[in-house]
Write a protein that binds this ligand. Sequence first.
Ligand SMILES: [Zn+2]
Length: 298
Amino acid sequence: MEDINVGIDLGGSHVAIGIVDKNGKILDQYEKDFTVEEKKDLINVATKYIIENINMLKKQYSFSKFGIGVAGAISNGIILKSVNLGIVNYNIKQKLEEATKVKVIVKNDAKCAAIAEYKFGDCNKYQNVLFLTLGTGIGGSYIYQGNLMAGNSFEGFEFGHMIIKAGGVPCRCGKNGCFERYGSILVFKNKIIERLNLSYDISGPELREYMRISLDKIDDLIEEYLNDVSIGISNLINIFEPDCVVIGGGFARYDYILLAPLKNKLLNSNLLFNKRDVIKLQTAKLGNDAGIIGASIL
Ligand SMILES: [Zn+2]
């Protein structure tokens, strides 16, 4: 049987299981979008889906472990808290190991993405790289002098839950005005969906097509979204002074419309403490696959 790695990306709206070769290339992928109904029981739906697929893959491939990146704070295989999945203290490692008899390694999804990007993307020429995932929520991590930084047991780097607007929109974490409530791609997409009167279950490609033909109807929403994103990113740049900022998550699929104006805003809107003429800001090379690939090499 072929010797491969298996990586899983589990987020608030999607789960994907990838079969990945030793060079970080995804050979095959099984994925599922959660329906509105399934989101009410998301963790059980996701766990069942993972178990069924791993048990199926075991018959075709040889692997002694698999990694899983989860949107949330993780410690020793336990999801301590995930606002995206709506759970606390869920021992996903134990559940999956019992049902699949395969070793499971669990890590925060944004950290998985950073590991993959730094190994297989095109930012490893830099020593200090700030990773920001703008997806259903907002996650992040920081590579300092070539190594992934992590805090104490909760690991930290909850960039999505820094407050960018005092008394702002309530966040699922219980606070108000978190970056994630303004800068996640989900918030952006929902605003577009509302403005264009579309269904919340619309697919990404369909939504992007609607956006393409209705740009004049949504340009103020794009402007507003980028204003909020640039506040969050500039706070992080002011703290870390990274050599490069890499943005992943769903944002990368909208880079053609968002990236250049975002750069422009950061350089010209008086948000950066240390002024500069150039800013190294790029989207994740591995796109949405980074989470899977990173999880596969844990
Ligand atoms: Zn929050």
